[in-house]
Ligand binder design. Structure first.
Ligand code: NAG
Ligand code: NAG
Ligand code: NAG
Ligand code: NAG
Ligand code: NAG
Ligand code: NAG
Ligand code: NAG
Length: 397
């Protein structure tokens, strides 16, 4: 199953020869430190991967909103009162398959997002891609994005997201399902690519229950909980008389097969940064990891779900010195540029369906988690392109 994949060994994923970033670290770092210390580090890597996920969309309590940039005058466009009439920025190229996006102020309980901000974001992102994906539905973000697409009249497809948690008796799932349902009733399905149910659900479920194998007993238990949500979303859609793909997103080596067998598509987070891969090797590593762990896995299932890279990217800085590098490469604008230059056009040529992580820096994540968590944007939080970033030019047709 892993013929030709020589760089990393397998540790404990014999069911499917899954290779995790943590395994990669283990292999490379196996000669250093005690077993215990190693596991502490591995745990923290898992934790960081999880934080990315948790950080994106979950209804986390936040004391501060991040929508204070709404008065920024630096946006490309939006000066006209007609949102479909906006000036284009010559530095932006429609080279990305897709972009990962969470509107600022989309975390409960504060929310604070606004249609004006989302319109600005969609105006900018429409110059980079024709696809965005959301992680959750709280704070009305599905409707805001669909309304912004409607008003800007841009060619944009959005993959809506429902971010359930396993411990709340489906409260988060139900709340978001109803928001998604209402958005579909208002806007129809023309600009919706699918509904993604679950974001790193299995990874989080394993961590919460002290297990590591996504296809072991605990993984299957979590999988059954998530499948109930997936089935319920299908029922909701068929009740509306609409047909949309239903998918799932998880860390690239944490898919539960029972879950994948119930979805039309899977979205895999593939992060060279968290796998301690040098930036120079990151593009090839990302391709290979995704092929071996996700594409080949899906091809072996009876329903052959379509696979996407849900997230890949590179952080440009850290809020503390200790997290500035994770192994051989540092968080920097120059390294993000290297990853852009080596991944984007090549992945397009290879036909990889990926969502670049991510549109802009997220202040709330930096406040809540620190480290590199808030600094993965192509754009600063105020929606200016990061200084030193050149968008690759290989416009997708
Ligand atoms: C936007 O944010 C960046 C990074 O913090 C800063 O350097 C830049 O001056 C800001 N630009 C505007 C117009 O606010
Ligand atoms: C678009 O907006 C610009 C700037 O506000 C304005 O000059 C122009 O007339 C508008 N074009 C249309 C077709 O509305
Ligand atoms: C809109 O984007 C899709 C790809 O997402 C492309 O296939 C289609 O041709 C585009 N439509 C127009 C009118 O440009
Ligand atoms: C959600 O957003 C849409 C689009 O802006 C708006 O029409 C609707 O009233 C909003 N709903 C809530 C509950 O804010
Ligand atoms: C989900 O739906 C599938 C297909 O209809 C069905 O086989 C399965 O039993 C359902 N599982 C749950 C947990 O609802
Ligand atoms: C594209 O595919 C080739 C193999 O055909 C691989 O070596 C390369 O790393 C891939 N590049 C990207 C950016 O995915
Ligand atoms: C990352 O890998 C490099 C070797 O490529 C090693 O020197 C370093 O200790 C590793 N760091 C971590 C945090 O695993």
């Amino acid at each position: 199953m892993t013929t030709g994949y020589r760089d990393y060994d397998h540790h404990g994923y014999s069911d499917h020869d899954h290779i995790t970033p943590n395994d990669a670290w283990m292999e490379k770092g196996a000669s250093t430190g005690s077993g215990k210390k190693k596991w502490v580090v591995i745990g923290s890597i898992i934790g960081l991967v999880a934080l990315i996920a948790i950080g994106v969309a979950l209804g986390v309590t936040l004391s501060k909103k991040s929508s204070s940039s709404s008065s920024s005058s630096s946006k490309s466009g939006s000066s006209s009162s007609d949102p479909s009439n906006f000036s284009k920025d010559a530095n932006l190229k429609q080279s990305f398959y897709g972009i990962a996006y969470t509107p600022a102020g989309s975390q409960l309980p504060d929310c604070g997002n606004s249609l004006d901000d989302v319109i600005s974001d969609i105006q900018i992102m429409s110059q980079l891609t024709t696809r965005v994906r959301l992680y959750g539905a709280d704070c009305n973000q599905s409707a805001l994005v669909l309304e912004a697409i409607k008003q800007t009249k841009v060619n944009m497809t959005v993959f809506l997201g429902n971010y359930p948690v396993s411990t709340d008796d489906d409260a988060a799932y139900d709340r978001q399902r109803d928001l998604i349902k209402s958005a579909i009733q208002t806007y129809g399905t023309d600009h919706i690519g699918g509904v993604t149910v679950g974001n790193e659900y299995i990874l989080n479920y394993l961590n919460a229950n002290g297990a590591t194998d996504p296809n072991g007993a605990v993984g299957n238990q979590g999988g059954e909980l998530l499948i109930a949500n997936i089935n319920d979303t299908r029922s909701m859609l068929s009740g509306l008389g609409v047909s949309l793909p239903v998918g799932n997103a998880d860390a690239g080596s944490y898919f539960n097969d029972l879950v994948l067998e119930q979805v039309d598509y899977g979205m895999a987070n593939v992060h060279p940064w968290f796998a301690n891969v040098s930036v120079d090797q990151s593009a090839g590593w990302t391709w290979e990891f995704f092929e071996v762990n996700d594409v080949q896995l899906a091809q072996g299932l009876s329903n052959t779900p379509e696979m996407y890279v849900a997230e890949t990217g590179w952080p440009t800085k850290s809020s503390d010195v200790a997290d500035e590098s994770n192994g051989p490469s540092t968080a920097s604008v120059a390294n993000l540029q290297t990853f852009l230059d080596t991944y984007i056009c090549q992945a397009n040529t290879n036909g990889t369906k990926y969502f670049f992580f991510e549109f802009f820096d997220e202040e709330w994540k930096d406040k809540q988690y620190g480290g590199v968590e808030g600094w993965w944007g192509l754009f600063n939080a105020n929606r200016t392109l990061k200084d030193g970033i050149t968008i690759p030019d290989c416009v997708l047709s």
